[in-house]
Design a protein around this ligand. Structure first.
Ligand code: HEC
Length: 474
């Protein structure tokens, strides 16, 4: 249902912004009069491109943040960097000029034209002309010219909808004829996780925009309206899960933490920072008292929700298992299936029955299954808990009996690599997606390919406004 191990590059060409570096109008006497420099149209794009990477709120160098006008004006450790009307007294000008300029540190200097824009903007008073509805540009429906990598998908509990990740949106398909019925467009550029609450009323979406923010979006599945957005961390978040009562969400992050947040008041109940690498997955225990998280650091950790305290390394002898890319909980038991780099799905009991020994024997392991042909990025249980499916970097999906490990099905599910799989709640169909951007629907019994379609509408001619181009690699 969720994916992770992939590194992907999202390239956004915003032609609109780059086309307006110089704005002139011609006076009646034929002389050109320069329009004032626009902070929003001309300065912000430069800050985003050349400065934001090191001066974002997550870990700002010299305490200097450029992601909002207010922060930019506030300045950094050395005080105000911009003195309106006085470019020569403004630290920012001193730093972006010079030979070589100090900023952007160790990178291509700004061009003379760009420096001149900063200068003139400050000379003209360093005004903020951000339109009040500026956020709206983020909400335009994305236009695709190339297929996006599919990183998450899930069926609704009633089986009528298949939700699939796009870029900055999720797309809802009706499962009758697989046509788009809704598009939920948000702010997070990367979508890593899509989960319905058990009652099917709410859709949770987790993702983020790298080096900017991570967020959980909660959508009302009946009215198709955004209920709320919960921002957390300054990077992408992964592996969303709802507590059994749907009052809390847990997720992992590339900042190595796991957080549990109460949905109503958005209070952070747990911030668990015991992992030493990105956290890709979370699952609650059946009673909601604990969660298990999995990480690139190879560990599966059991944590108590009330105290936020670490209880156990579930896979105690995790030596050599490699990065864990995803986990899924058995639909009605405290068992967790973990998958990742070493290609072997492993089913564990969440709560220990035998004490740890000196040799860290894997006492919690219920069963290790057949090795896959590539590293595993996607895992899902059937709703009755009798079967599970895994998707690998070999482009395959395989389905197994949970109880005896018998392989039931092998299908080619992506031309490159599978990052997302989901069982239809009735257990008869399986959806898979990945690198090539196509959703494939299989009959679980026969392995027949029932349907295949591109996950998003693709425009053949480049749009004038915003073009999103997405490519990916494992
Ligand atoms: C690769 C990282 C990096 C990039 C990119 C970068 N900076 Fe910096 N910036 C730094 C570091 C590190 C410091 C602290 C430097 C020091 O103390 O020597 C700093 C300090 C500053 C300061 C001083 C803040 C204060 O109050 O002390 C300003 C102003 C600044 N940067 C502006 C910019 C601007 C404008 C850009 C883009 C054109 C930019 N930086 C791009 C790393 C970066």
């Amino acid at each position: 249902m969720k994916t992770s191990g992939l590194v992907y590059i999202v390239v956004m060409f915003i032609f609109l912004m780059s086309s307006s570096l110089f704005v002139h109008d011609v006076r009646s006497d034929g002389h050109e009069k320069e329009e004032p420099v626009s902070y929003y149209k001309q300065i912000v794009p430069i800050l985003k491109r050349s400065c934001q990477g090191c001066h974002h709120p997550g870990d700002p160098n010299a305490d200097f943040i450029v992601t909002s006008y207010a922060e930019l004006k506030r300045g950094g450790m050395g005080g105000e960097a911009i003195i309106p009307n006085k470019p020569d007294d403004s630290l920012i000008i001193e730093l972006i000029t010079g030979d070589p300029p100090a900023m952007p540190q160790n990178q291509e200097p700004l061009t003379d034209e760009e420096v001149a824009l900063f200068r003139r903007w400050i000379l003209e008073g360093a005004k903020d002309d951000t339109p009040t509805d500026a956020d709206k540009t983020d909400e335009e429906v994305p236009v695709y010219t190339v297929p996006p990598v599919i990183s998450a998908m899930t069926f609704s509990p009633d089986g009528n909808t298949l939700a699939v990740s796009g870029v900055r949106e999720i797309l809802l398909y009706d499962t009758e004829n697989y046509e788009i019925k809704e598009r939920f467009v948000g702010k997070a550029r990367r979508i890593q996780s899509i989960v319905y609450t058990k009652d099917g009323k709410t859709i949770g979406v987790a993702g983020g925009s790298p080096a900017q923010f991570g967020e959980v979006q909660l959508w009302d599945a009946t009215t198709n309206k955004l209920i709320k957005t919960i921002r957390s961390t300054y990077d992408t978040i992964y592996g969303l899960s709802f507590s059994p009562d749907a009052k809390r969400v847990a997720f992992g992050s590339s900042d190595k933490t796991v957080r549990v947040i109460s949905i109503d008041d958005e209070k952070e109940l747990v911030k668990f920072d015991n992992h030493s690498d990105w956290v890709f997955g979370t699952v609650f225990s059946t009673d909601g008292t604990h969660f298990v998280s999995c990480s690139r650091d190879t560990a599966l950790k059991l944590v108590e929700v009330d105290t936020g305290s670490f209880v156990d390394d579930v896979n105690s002898s995790n030596k050599g298992y490699g990065e864990i890319n995803a986990i899924a909980r058995h639909p009605n038991a405290d068992q967790v299936l973990s998958v990742g780099e070493d290609r072997i799905p492993r089913l564990y009991r969440m709560f220990r029955q035998r004490r740890r020994d000196v040799g860290n024997t894997d006492f919690n392991l219920i069963r290790a299954y057949e090795a896959q042909a590539g590293s595993i990025d996607a895992v899902a249980f059937s709703a009755d808990g009798n079967k599970f499916a895994v998707g690998s970097s070999a482009g395959e999906v395989r389905v197994y009996n949970v109880s005896d490990g018998k392989r039931l099905l092998t299908v080619e599910a992506d031309t490159v690599s599978v990052f997302a799989i989901a069982f239809h709640p009735e257990g008869t169909q399986l959806a898979a997606g990945g690198f090539d951007g196509k959703v494939r629907i299989f009959d679980v019994q026969t392995g027949d390919l029932l349907n295949v379609f591109m996950s998003v509408p693709i425009e053949t001619a480049a749009s004038e406004d915003i073009t999103l181009a997405v490519s990916g690699m494992t």
